[in-house]
Design a protein around this ligand. Structure first.
Ligand code: ATP
Ligand code: SF4
Ligand code: MG
Length: 377
């Protein structure tokens, strides 16, 4: 992820930018008392072929952000500010990107599946229970690739299922006839049906056991390396996220509190919430460390605490944290390692962390190896 705003200087975005989210804000219900501001000022960039991971506890706004990007918000959810600029080829996007927030439904229809596809949190509820897996993928192909013959579609479906490890003979199964792992694989096959440039995976493996989770993630990583699509990967498990991501965002109470390369975040998380989150999940391998968790629970978004929303739970809170809202403005000074951004009052005044604020969550780091805990760099 670059720290230069796409389009800065009037020369258009860097050529490898695929999606640029700026200042995105989402509410459920009215934009006032009684409503929920579920996403606040979300700003990040996805580059072509990059895996951007989003972590945060339940209710931090991860799914809302994913749905907002694809403009698939449910119920009374609505975007109230910001932009989601798409630079993918399928849109025929203008030089400064096509804003998905204001794009017409017809334009969005063309971008979904082929440009951006999404794998939802629960495959069981996301799939149509009365259609076989084959017919569900066929529906997508018929709607978006009307020129394909029946034979071509059948062949495409078989190869898509094979790609995710589902034998062709299981293609006639209905969702309830498949195991949780197979359903999730079928969802991934469907998401890849039109070779999208960006796949959003919202907790794709949360409901699965650890072995199945690992198998699916390994397959996904292989597919992503082979096919070159970019990924937005969402999970509450920061350790897992660090294994599959290039860039990571940590969300708390609807806003991004830290942005960093996966390795940097793993080796030295800066935001106290990132540190707590990282110490809340066991590492599969590497140094043993005590699981500490984070005291308390996430705030009710209808009644956010004053100042820094994390202050009631923060072990490093200062008096000013109850009054001042930290912005995602602190950046690693030039020449001091990979760029990162942190929204915390411990950082910012002097352009760097105060003494003693180095991570308490450092640990042994391996390279992606297919076993144990490892971090993409
Ligand atoms: P999880 O890890 O549990 O999936 P999440 O980080 O994906 O959580 P969201 O589902 O995006 O969180 O929810 C963010 C906030 O928006 C939560 O406080 C949630 O209660 C609220 N919210 C979500 N959907 C609605 C809705 N339809 N109406 C009102 N509030 C909602
Ligand atoms: Fe903790 Fe204050 Fe930083 Fe918030 S701003 S994370 S309360 S130190
Ligand atoms: Mg969610």
């Amino acid at each position: 992820m670059t720290q230069t705003a796409p389009g800065a200087g009037g020369s258009g975005p860097p050529p490898d930018v695929l999606l640029d989210v700026a200042g995105l804000e989402v509410w459920y219900g009215p934009e006032q008392a009684g409503g929920v501001r579920a996403v606040r000022d979300a700003t990040f960039t996805v580059h072509k072929g990059e895996v951007v991971g989003i972590a945060g506890e339940s209710g931090s706004g991860k799914s809302t952000l994913a749905f907002a990007i694809a403009r698939l918000l449910r119920g009374n959810g609505h975007i109230t500010g910001g932009s989601v600029r798409w630079f993918g080829a399928s849109a025929g996007a203008p030089a400064d990107g096509l804003d998905l927030v204001t794009a017409s439904d017809e334009t969005l229809r063309k971008i979904r599946w082929r440009g951006v596809s999404i794998v939802l949190q629960s495959a069981m509820s996301a799939m149509n229970p009365v259609l076989s897996v084959r017919n569900q993928i066929d529906d997508v192909l018929r709607a978006h690739e009307p020129g394909l013959s029946r034979r071509q579609r059948t062949s495409r479906i078989a190869s898509l299922l094979e790609m995710v490890g589902i034998p062709a003979r299981r293609s006639t199964a209905y969702p309830h006839e498949l195991s949780g792992g197979m359903r999730q694989r079928a969802m991934i096959a469907m998401a890849l049906a039109l070779s999208p440039q960006l796949v959003i995976l919202d907790e794709p493996t949360t409901a699965l056991d650890v072995v199945m989770q690992r198998q699916i993630l390994e397959r996904l990583t292989e597919l992503q390396d082979d096919l070159g699509f970019a990924v937005v990967f969402i999970t509450h498990d920061l350790s897992l996220l660090l294994e599959v991501s290039d860039e990571t965002l940590v969300m708390y109470a609807g806003t991004v509190v830290e942005k960093a390369r996966a390795r940097e975040l793993y080796e030295s998380p800066r935001h106290p919430y990132s540190i707590g989150l990282l110490r809340s999940f066991p590492k599969v391998a590497g140094e043993r460390q005590e699981l500490l968790g984070i005291p308390g629970s996430p705030p009710n978004l209808r009644e956010l605490p004053s100042g820094c929303a994390f202050h009631p739970r923060c072990p490093q809170a200062m008096p000013r944290c109850e009054r001042e809202v930290p912005q995602l403005t602190w950046r690693t000074p030039a020449g001091e390692g990979a760029a990162r951004e942190v929204a915390c009052l411990l950082y910012g005044d002097g352009g760097g962390p105060q003494a003693g604020q180095r991570s308490a969550a450092t640990g042994a780091v391996g390279r992606v190896s297919g076993e144990g805990n490892a971090v993409r760099s």
